[in-house]
Design a protein around this ligand. Structure first.
Ligand SMILES: Cc1ncc(COP(=O)(O)O)c(C=O)c1O
Length: 352
């Protein structure tokens, strides 16, 4: 069991509500939906499906390199960034791994595929909005040969600034500890991305995803940026053809779409202001977020999850995140109409 948000299929089976009638706040996906330019490229490329895709998505890497102003040779594309989380563990064979809690649960799952790997948990605390304390985190890294950091963090939405991450990357290099920096949500605060810093550090790896910002969860496109000395080692552990033709071509179209990017910032900024005001009015506790979702604390979280699900509204039950008790849910920022509907439903259900 992976226990993530976004499982409209299971929700449909449980409730009998058709998949396309389910309103999904449990996966934090851009409410604008698939960019039209991506749909167009997909339609055009269906005729190419008899051919294999490029084995290692070379053109997509070249395109990403140009877009990010980095060496395309440092990029490895994956079937979503999830593939790359498992790849780094398989290729770099860490012995001791530090993982904050709560955070994205696939880091722990990936490490557990190796019997030789031990896990160390760095506890984040609700008392200080689940923020990482730089000095104690750096101290905890000593003796570990890998650490995962999610920035902004899922499920809290908290951000480490670029300057703070640079300090951690420097410390990681000194302790010879690989820092796997997951920037799946950094497109919402792009000025804090570390992709351009990777070439300066021997132990920094940045993972990115096109899933969230470009609403392409089902297409599966992610990539990693790796130090030059590690690229061949990682490539030698990677299967060919894991990024299909439609994903490779669609990914290129997505990152070229500046109009979509601009509209996304507008809709997410407005949506966040609206949701924060509404949550404040309802006196619902939430963690201030730098991403397109909020972690809410509710006295009756489980009841809220179930009641909403029975109405075809999915929110992320956060009780399976190590480091969170059963009183948290996570909700995505969606369209104005859907955000209003969520607040209306919560107003009838919540006990803060
Ligand atoms: C923080 C984080 N990293 C990575 C992923 C995986 O994304 P992808 O769809 O690129 O595999 C997710 C998906 O929920 C996520 O929340």
């Amino acid at each position: 069991m992976t226990g993530h948000g976004g499982n409209i299929y299971a929700a449909s089976r449980t409730t009998g509500i058709p998949e396309d009638r389910i309103l999904d706040f449990s996966a934090s996906i851009n409410p604008l939906g698939v960019p039209e330019t991506v749909s167009e490229v997909i339609r055009k490329n269906i005729r190419n499906l008899p051919n294999y895709p490029e084995p290692f998505a070379e053109q997509l890497s070249a395109h990403l390199g140009k877009h990010l102003l980095i060496d395309p040779q440092s990029i490895i594309c994956g079937n979503g960034s999830t593939e790359l989380i498992y790849l780094v563990v398989r290729a770099l064979t860490p012995r001791k791994v530090l993982i904050p809690a709560p955070t994205f649960t696939e880091y722990e799952r990936a490490c557990k595929t190796r019997r030789e790997t031990s896990l160390f948990q760095y506890d984040l605390s609700p008392e200080n909005s689940f923020d990482i304390h730089l000095d104690t985190f750096i101290a905890a890294m000593h003796g570990c040969d890998m650490t995962f950091l999610c920035n902004p963090n899922n499920p809290t939405g908290r951000l480490l600034t670029r300057e703070q991450v640079i300090k951690i990357a420097q410390a990681a290099q000194q302790s010879q500890c690989y820092l796997i920096l997951d920037e799946a949500f950094i497109d919402f605060v792009p000025e804090h991305s570390m992709v351009s810093e990777v070439e300066k550090y021997s132990h920094l790896i940045v993972l990115r995803s096109l899933t969230k910002f470009y609403a392409l969860s089902g297409l599966r496109i992610g990539y990693g940026v790796f130090p030059a000395a590690l690229v061949e080692r990682l490539r030698s552990h990677k299967e060919p053809w894991t990024i299909n033709t439609l994903a490779q071509r669609g990914g290129m179209a997505a990152i070229d779409n500046k109009a979509y990017e601009k509209e996304t910032f507008e809709v997410i900024t407005q949506g966040k202001l609206f949701l924060e005001k509404g949550l404040d009015e309802l006196k619902i506790q939430y963690v201030p977020s730098y991403a397109n979702y909020y972690l809410l604390r509710l006295a009756n979280a489980r009841e809220v999850v179930v009641s909403l699900r029975n109405k075809g509204i999915l929110v992320r039950d956060c009780s399976n995140f190590p480091g969170l008790d059963g009183s948290y849910i996570r909700v995505a920022v969606k369209s104005p109409e859907h955000n209003a509907l969520l607040l209306k439903e919560l107003s009838g259900l919540c006990r803060g």
